[in-house]
Structures are given as C-alpha cells and as structure tokens.
Design a protein around this ligand. Structure first.
Ligand code: PMP
Ligand code: GLN
Length: 392
C-alpha cells in the first residue's frame, strides 16, 4: 500500500458491520436502512433489466432519462436550472462523485478545506489526489436556550476564514452533515459563499441527505446562492433518498466546465455506472411529494424515538436537524474514549455504533462522541434503546 493511503486502513463501517455480524448485536453503526425503497421502483429496475435497458454499457455521462430527471429535480426543488446534456453527470454513488471531483479539480499540493468531523472518504480522496486536507472543526454548542433541544454543532466562520490560504483550491462542504446531523443555515452558507467568491475558490458540496431534514428545517444548496452556481459542484445520491444504498447511483450537477472536468476523471474510474438502476432512479426522482414527505416524517419519528431513548439511557444527545444519524456524548456515562466504548458496546449492550473520532484529524476533539443510525425499523430501535438502558 502506498504512503498516500497507508494511514487509512480499513473503513470503520466495514469494521463495525463485521463486529455486528460476529456478535449478533443490533447494527446502528453503518448508515443503511433495514427496509428497502419503494416496491414500484424495484419493479422499475426489474422492468429495465427485462426490457434490455442498460444491460450493456450505458452512455458515459449517464442515461438521458436519469440526467433529465436530476435536472428537473434541481429546478423544481431549488430553482437551479442545469442542462441535462452538459451539466449533469451520473456517478457510481456519491462516493465516486467525491473521488472524481477531487481527482479532477485539485493539483498535488493544493489545500482542501473540509468541515471536521467529515465523512471518511473525503480524507482518503484528497490524499489520493495528492492534496492536503485542512480541517475546520465544527464545535458542539449548547444552544441559546442552553438545553438539549437546540444543542447543535456550529461552524465557526472565523476559523473557516483563517483556514483559507493562498494554496487553498476548494472548500468541501457537507449539508445536512454526517455525522453531526447539522443542517447549515442560509446565513452560514452565505458566509461560506462570500468567502469562496472573495478568495476565488471552488466548492464541492455533498448533499446526499438533502431530503432528510426535520422540523421544517430548510436544505439550502450553496449553488443556489448568488455567484455560486459557476463555482460549485453539487453531489447527490439515490442511496439515502430512496433507501437503495446498494444500487450506488449518484450524480453531480455543475457548470459545463466543471462537469466536463469531473467526467474526465470518472471515465477512468468506472467509465460508466450500472445501467438498469439508472432507469429506475429516473422514475424515483419523479415520485410525488407525498413520497418525500412520508420518508421525512418516518425518519423524524425515529429520530425522536432514538434521541429520547439515548437521553434516558444517560447519553448527552445532539438531536439532529437532518441525516439519519444522532451524535451523542458518552461522558455522562463515565466513558470518554469513543473507540473503546464502541468496541465494547456489543458485549456490554448488544448494540453497534460508530466512534466519531474516526471522522477527525484532531482526534481528541472527537474522542467522547459516538454516532447511532436511526434508519431502522421502530421495533429494532426500541430494542436497541432497551438494551442501551442497561448501561446507566
Ligand atoms: N457522503 C456522505 C456524507 C455519506 O454519508 C455517504 C453515505 N455513507 C456518501 C457520501 C456515499 O454515498 P453513496 O452510497 O451514494 O456512495
Ligand atoms: N454513509 C454511511 C455511513 O456514514 C455508510 C458509509 C459506508 O459504508 N461507506 O454510515
């Protein structure tokens, strides 16, 4: 293994899912739903397979049906108009989109500013591209009312500003944010946008949880802010929105120049993405608003169930405004090392979780935090909560 990758080892998701399988513990670690997406969309994939649509190499940029569905989705939801032929690219999940964008857009030695804790593939992809990551730490905040209700992770705009140097090429954003569940506000995003414009930076923004926002929170794509469309690569994925994480259908939307750059990298990573699923996701993106509302309502109820259960079990809970993860502080339980806690949790309580420290360069900043996924059946979450109450 080369020096660029040696520090990364096996992903925490593989390690913790293997631990769950080995111990039979409830897996609230890796984020994947335990219920598959809509039957009619599964049927659409079967139909595409049977009808011979996508069984041979589809077009490199993605099948036209999916590209136009992505463009319509961005226009109808956010008022963002993209040309499906020149400004949309289908990728093998958001993971490939992140890799292709970073490989295409940064030169060796360029600095990439990313919000810490960050999704684990960001660091590895920056490294593979020969770049240097510059983490800006989101800070846990008690909230103005000083209670659990509005406790959240906050972006310190002065820290962000200070992180930008003459070598900075791009800001890598993620909202709604994994693992903290923070949804960046319009005001925060406006400040990021102003900085990007002032320092002439690109923004790559991972918005895979765009539909998973709660309590009426608004997801704002930074590309929709003034002056940002031409300098932003927006990343989406069908995995989260339609509960098909195994299908690996993702996409980017960006200007023709940026899309063409990302396509240059993608063509040598996978060349094309899997065909029949693209046709099915084209139909999924056109599901009525009731689908998206029901998904949100279901996950919001599960967020509340797990957040309240974890609080009763003695955790300090950061109730998320978005995503399907809840971050907790384990110090009230008398623990302070999230890694050790997660490695012993299957034995102590029959549950698997993820130590947030893996998402940090400043490991000490993430040490006492642990993430639980709530994209699981209600009875599974209830059982997990009753097991976790044994810890108190
Ligand atoms: N970005 C974030 C923030 C994620 O949480 C995930 C899913 N774990 C991905 C990207 C990867 O998405 P996909 O499965 O579409 O590759
Ligand atoms: N996005 C999911 C998570 O954060 C799964 C990631 C993965 O398995 N690579 O848990």
């Amino acid at each position: 293994l080369n020096r660029r990758l040696a520090e990364f080892g096996t992903t925490i998701f593989a390690e913790m899912s293997a631990l769950a399988a080995r111990t039979g513990a409830i897996n609230l670690g890796q984020g994947f739903p335990d219920t598959d997406g809509p039957e009619e969309i599964r049927e659409a994939a079967v139909r595409a397979l049977r009808d011979g649509r996508g069984n041979q190499y589809p077009p490199g940029p993605g099948v036209p049906e999916l590209r136009s569905a992505v463009a319509d989705h961005q226009r109808e939801r956010y008022g963002l108009a993209y040309d499906p032929d020149t400004e949309v690219l289908v990728t093998a999940g958001a993971t490939e989109a992140i890799a292709a964008a970073l490989l295409a857009l940064i030169e060796p030695g360029d600095e990439v500013v990313a919000l810490e804790p960050y999704y684990d593939s960001y660091a590895a992809c920056v490294a593979m591209a020969g770049g240097t990551r510059v983490p800006v730490t989101l800070r846990p905040h008690e909230g103005v009312r000083g209670g659990a209700a509005d406790r959240r992770y906050v972006l310190d705009l002065d820290e962000l500003r200070a992180a930008v140097t003459d070598r900075t090429r791009l800001i890598l954003l993620n909202t709604p944010h994994n693992p903290t569940g923070t949804v960046l506000t319009r005001a925060e995003l406006t400040a990021v946008a102003e900085l990007a414009i002032e320092r002439d930076l690109l923004v790559v923004t991972d918005e895979v949880y765009e539909h998973l926002v709660f309590d009426g929170a608004e997801h704002v794509p930074i590309a929709s802010l003034p002056g940002m469309r031409e300098r932003t690569v927006t990343i989406g994925s069908a995995g989260k929105t339609f509960s098909f994480t195994g299908w690996k259908v993702g996409w980017i939307t960006a200007s023709p120049e940026l899309t063409s750059a990302v396509r240059s990298a993608k063509q040598f990573l996978t060349y094309v993405s899997s065909g029949p699923f693209q046709y099915a996701i084209a139909e999924a993106l056109r599901l009525p608003a009731t689908y998206f509302d029901a998904l949100r309502a279901d996950l919001q109820a599960k967020r509340d169930l797990l957040s309240e259960g974890l609080a009763q079990a003695g955790f300090e809970v950061y109730r998320p405004a978005g995503t399907y993860f809840v971050t907790t502080d384990i110090r009230p339980l008398g623990d302070e090392d999230g890694f050790a806690f997660c490695r012993s949790l299957p034995e102590r309580a029959g549950v698997v979780a993820i130590p947030n420290a893996v998402f940090y360069d400043h490991r000490e900043a993430g040490a006492p935090f642990v993430r639980f996924a709530f994209c699981k059946k209600t009875e599974v979450l209830e059982e997990a909560v009753s097991r976790l109450k044994r810890l108190a």
